[in-house]
Ligand binder design. Structure first.
Ligand code: ZN
Length: 181
C-alpha cells in the first residue's frame, strides 16, 4: 500500500512506519513568520529541507517514532557592524522523538535531553521547519569579514604628503636656538 505523505498534514506514525522520506525546495515567502525577519526579501530565496521517518528501539523500548529533520536557507539580514546586507547561512539538523501526547512530552521533557513532540495525524512539518529556522537566526548578524572601505588608504597618503610640505614647528624652534646662547 502506498500513501501520499503531506508535509502540511503529516500522519507522523504512518510516515515513520513506512520509513518515509519527504523533501522540499520552498520559496521563503511560504514561511510568513520567517519572511518577516528578512531584510530585503527576494522571490528567489529558498528553504531546502528533508525529513525522514523511522521506527526505532530506544531506551530498550521498541516502536519509538522518530523524525529527522534537515533544513537549510540563506537568509538576508543587516550586518550590525557595518550596516550593509549580509547573507546568513542557516542550517538545522535535528532528531525528534514523538510521544503519545502533549502531556507526555511535557512530563518527559525535564528529564530528557531529546527533542520531544506530540504525535499527530495532521502534523504540520513546515511549521516545525519554520520554528527551527527562526531559532537559528543570529541575535547580532555580522559579516565574518565586513567589506572594507578602500578610500581610507589613499586619504592616509594625502595626509602624509600635506604634512611633509609644512615645516615641523619644533624643528623651526630648534633652528632659533643658537649653541651657547
Ligand atoms: Zn559587516
Amino acid at each position: 500500500m502506498t500513501k501520499e505523505h503531506s508535509p502540511d498534514r503529516l500522519d507522523v506514525k504512518a510516515f515513520a512506519q513506512a520509513g518515509g522520506h519527504l523533501s522540499g525546495h520552498d520559496t521563503l515567502l511560504k514561511y510568513k513568520r520567517l519572511a518577516e525577519e528578512a531584510q530585503g526579501l527576494h522571490p528567489d530565496l529558498r528553504v531546502d529541507w528533508q525529513a525522514d521517518g523511522e521506527v526505532r528501539a530506544t531506551h530498550g523500548i521498541g516502536g519509538q517514532i522518530w523524525l529527522r529533520l534537515k533544513a537549510q536557507a540563506t537568509f538576508p539580514m543587516i550586518c550590525q557592524r557595518c550596516l550593509l546586507p549580509v547573507d546568513v547561512p542557516l542550517a538545522v539538523d535535528r532528531e525528534f522523538r514523538f510521544v503519545a501526547d502533549e502531556a507526555t512530552a511535557e512530563a518527559l521533557d525535564e528529564s530528557s535531553d531529546e527533542d520531544l513532540l506530540a504525535l499527530s495525524r495532521e502534523f504540520n512539518l513546515r511549521e516545525l521547519i519554520e520554528d527551527e529556522l527562526l531559532m537559528e537566526l543570529p541575535v547580532v548578524p555580522r559579516h565574518d569579514e565586513c567589506p572594507t572601505d578602500v578610500k581610507m588608504a589613499s586619504s592616509d597618503e594625502d595626509f602624509e604628503e600635506a604634512s611633509a610640505d609644512k615645516p615641523n614647528p619644533f624643528a623651526a624652534l630648534a633652528g632659533l636656538r643658537k649653541p651657547g646662547a
